[in-house]
Ligand binder design. Sequence first.
Ligand SMILES: Cc1cc2nc3c(=O)[nH]c(=O)nc-3n(C[C@H](O)[C@H](O)[C@H](O)COP(=O)(O)OP(=O)(O)OC[C@H]3O[C@@H](n4cnc5c(N)ncnc54)[C@H](O)[C@@H]3O)c2cc1C
Length: 539
Amino acid sequence: MPATNGAETFDYIVVGAGSAGCVLANRLTASGRHRVLLLEAGGHDRHLWIHIPLGYGKLFADARVNWLYSTEPEPELHNRQVIQPRGKVLGGSSSINGLLYLRGQPEDYDHWRQLGNKGWSFDDVLPYFRRAEHQERGEDALHGVGGPLAVSNVCEPHTLCEAFIDAAQQAGFPRNDDFNGPTQEGAGYFQLTAKNGRRWSTAVGYLRQARRRPNLKVATNALASRILFEGRRAIGIEYRQDGATHVAKATGEVILAGGAFNSPQLMQLSGVGPAKLLRSHGIDVVADMAGVGEDLQDHLQVRIQYRCTEPITMNDVINSFRHRVYAGLRYALFRKGLLAIGAGYAGGFFRTSEQAATPDVQVHFIIFSGETSGAALHPFPGFIASVCQLRPESRGFVRIKSADPAQAPAIQPRYLTSAFDRDVVVAGLKLLRRIMTQPAMTRYIAEERKPGPQVTSDADLLEFARSAATTVFHPTSTCRMGSDDTAVVDERLRVRGVGNLRVIDASIMPTVVSGNTNAAVVMIAEKGAEMILQDARAQ
Ligand SMILES: Cc1cc2nc3c(=O)[nH]c(=O)nc-3n(C[C@H](O)[C@H](O)[C@H](O)COP(=O)(O)OP(=O)(O)OC[C@H]3O[C@@H](n4cnc5c(N)ncnc54)[C@H](O)[C@@H]3O)c2cc1C
């Protein structure tokens, strides 16, 4: 263990400057009373493509800003390994994500409350969503203005998106102009965490402002390698920067915000986790906690590819020099056009059966096509509609493979290991096809390329999912909040049975929310920061 003499001392140390970490750094330093160290394994967010929404596709495989994880062979996906990009840069995954702003369903949070988590019902968390938000459409009972997280409309409608929304209506689903409004069900355009055509990560929205404060120190390219304990009380962090090992001490708390893969990894490396796993890697056990790294959940997505009848897709822009130049100029001059769009343009939330009380699948309608996420676009007009099950029952894990903090942990979501999930995915594909075969859509479809019209039976659709499904990048719940034996944090996000240590990021979600996860993580961090400050005042 490195000597801690001369170690810099802070009130709070936050590990990870991602979606949650930047919020925490801002809120904890706002009063000027607390000194905070924010540690980030990645670098500054200067990469040009981070800030241009469409640049999202360029960051999937860029090691300068991405951990580039992938899963272990997935047993129900023919042992395929599924890519798991994660942001490794200021802003974390909010700097590389698809920008869609979706909170999930009120029922998700009411369910968290019903699981015993006091203070986490939808009515309880709504003020934190509103506090975070700067909603371009203005304020109302559900939306806030003046917050650090800019939320805006897509800049302009698109012919194909209009066709998709019309087709959904022809299939019997409502049009929905606000998926974060009174009801989630229906088809419409997504909103983006963007402002004036630029990405609005938490590094932009929260950290930029906070970095001017003298009581915040941000250390980049600094990999936290261990939580330091005195008995069962966290007292600091050991981290690696510039080839040297450093120690920082916390008189208040250590807060883990490394995300659903790295927070449980750091706990396990530090002796907090399943004792048998830790001992197998020669790690001394501080607290034997079976749940650390368990309960991994993620949204699996299955993409149907179409060839379009008209050259109106993004493929046609990207594959033409003239159109590319025009799109570039339009963006440079007006911040409009294709460069200003995120991962999905339009989409919807639907119920696959009468038994579902609320939507159980999400559709992302994407006006370009390629073989896989992040792959080169097809050389012909094409688009994609994908389906993902919102509330999977399958549970996986994150487990260290080595005591070396630089080694990636084993990540295994165990997609489709639940029969219920397999049924919903098949039902979702059938529902999506029902929409895509309505008159409003068929005039734009030259062919369904994959899986193709020959694939019709449930068994064949499931086989297609097994061979082609990927993630929609929403891993959660590996340091699950709760009060049962395997819950990791309590309702105030304190690690159970361990002092001065909290986890505040996507890993605390008791269950993954029914939508994209960034907005929920920002809400969790807003609420988490408030709880830390309340507890400090109460001491
Ligand atoms: C490609 C992609 C597309 C997505 N699209 C969307 C979308 O359109 N809409 C949406 O709502 N959600 C989307 N998501 C999901 C969403 O972005 C994440 O759920 C959210 O950002 C997670 O926030 P977090 O704070 O838990 O973790 P992160 O934002 O990943 O932050 C963790 C941070 O901790 C740092 N870190 C980790 N370990 C250490 C360590 N040991 N020492 C120091 N630093 C460390 C990491 O480098 C990172 O910066 C997407 C995610 C990805 C990857």
